[in-house]
Design a protein around this ligand. Structure first.
Ligand code: DAH
Length: 357
């Protein structure tokens, strides 16, 4: 080896500047490195810090730096190496941590307690009514809420000038003066009779509409349950017995009923049924306004004109029918003072009710 060799191997001043530039550039790069997976971080380590990496290349070149500059250079390269090591280790740790978080997610776990809904009080009461009657042999029947005049009124023996047909009571579907929102579930009686010959024994729950101003005591929509039984030799006795059983199942075994004469176009004779007051048991209180009785439904023997209008021979068959408001029964059971509560969906109200199923 020549004695001049070290001199010739030393860097020229331009080379020194290039190296300094290179250190500065790598330093800037290192400061803005990112990695989203541990693999990406490892690739960075290889790029900068492995034996063939960019920083190692600088270290190799360091050997040829003139002696008087070695200290300064050494410091800079070391500084760069430390910073790069630290930065890449940080990136590695962060990416690994993120990966374990993703691995640890238990997709089957409830993230936080989810408040469970409850059945709507009207559904609870409707189910209870349907359940009682199904145990007495009634099957479920349903009909459309958007109906025609025939099923709601004409087939139910309403005279043409009956006030219930009036716009005051009935919602008309504008384009069709004949198409209306049903104002009672008695329309389902007609729907069943036109499809089926006796024996008929059905219970028909559903929503009905009336053109009423909404207040605590009236609403433009509410819910009813209709009952219909048609067979040979069905009498008023049968009606009374079934309604007594229903009342005692619904309000308790000591409940009494009374039937008062009334009028409905579709039944003859007709009656309204009261139950002994659910609060005072009949002694008289503010709930029953001192009378001891609460009205709960309308009923009667199906008018022969209704049977005939719906294709059933009234000389062979007789039947009874009844209809009740679900809100009314719910009010008696739960003392809900304002009808509007049932349709406002206030969770604080709805949470008060629980059903067995
Ligand atoms: N449809 C009557 C109403 O909406 C209720 C009713 C009364 C139904 C007597 C009946 C019945 O089946 O027999 O007020």
């Amino acid at each position: 080896m020549s004695i001049f060799a070290p001199f010739f191997e030393d860097k020229s001043i331009e080379d020194i500047y290039t190296m300094l530039e290179k250190i500065k550039q790598i330093l800037e790069e290192v400061q803005s490195l990112t990695a989203s997976t541990p693999e990406e971080a490892e690739a960075l380590r290889i790029k900068y810090l492995s034996k063939k990496g960019e920083i190692s290349a600088l270290m190799d070149e360091f050997r040829t730096v003139p002696a008087e500059m070695k200290k300064e250079f050494g410091m800079r390269i070391n500084e760069l190496k430390n910073l790069a090591t630290e930065r890449i280790n940080e990136l590695k740790a962060a990416a690994a941590a993120q990966e374990t978080v993703a691995d640890d997610i238990d997709l089957t776990r409830t993230p936080y307690p989810i408040p469970l809904g409850t059945r709507h009080p009207l559904t609870i009461v409707k189910n209870e009514i349907v359940d009682i009657f199904s145990r007495l042999g009634f099957t479920l029947a349903e009909g459309p809420e958007v109906e025609d005049d025939w099923h709601v009124y004409s087939s139910m023996n309403f005279a043409d000038d009956h006030p219930a047909r009036d716009m005051q009571d009935t919602f008309f579907v504008e384009a069709h003066p004949d198409i209306i929102l049903r104002s009672h579930t008695s329309s389902v009686q007609a729907r069943v009779m036109e499809k089926q010959q006796p024996p008929i024994r059905v219970i028909c729950p559903g929503r009905v509409y009336r053109n009423e101003a909404v207040s605590a005591r009236a609403h433009c929509f509410f819910h009813q349950v209709e009952g219909l039984y048609i067979d040979k030799n069905v009498s008023f006795k049968d009606l009374k017995q079934v309604l007594l059983l229903f009342a005692q199942e619904m309000f308790g075994p000591d409940t009494q009923i009374r039937l008062r004469p009334s009028f409905f176009p579709f039944t003859e004779p007709s009656a309204e049924m009261d139950v002994s007051c659910t609060i005072c048991g009949g002694k008289g209180c503010s709930m029953c306004k001192g009378s001891g009785w609460l009205e709960i439904l309308g009923c009667g023997m199906v008018d022969p004109a209704v049977l005939e209008a719906n294709g059933i021979d009234s000389s062979v068959y007789t039947g009874y029918a009844f209809g009740m408001g679900i809100e009314r029964i719910a009010n008696l059971k739960y003392q809900v003072k304002d009808l509007r509560m049932f349709s406002e969906n206030d969770v604080r109200f709805l949470e008060e009710f629980t059903a067995a199923n």
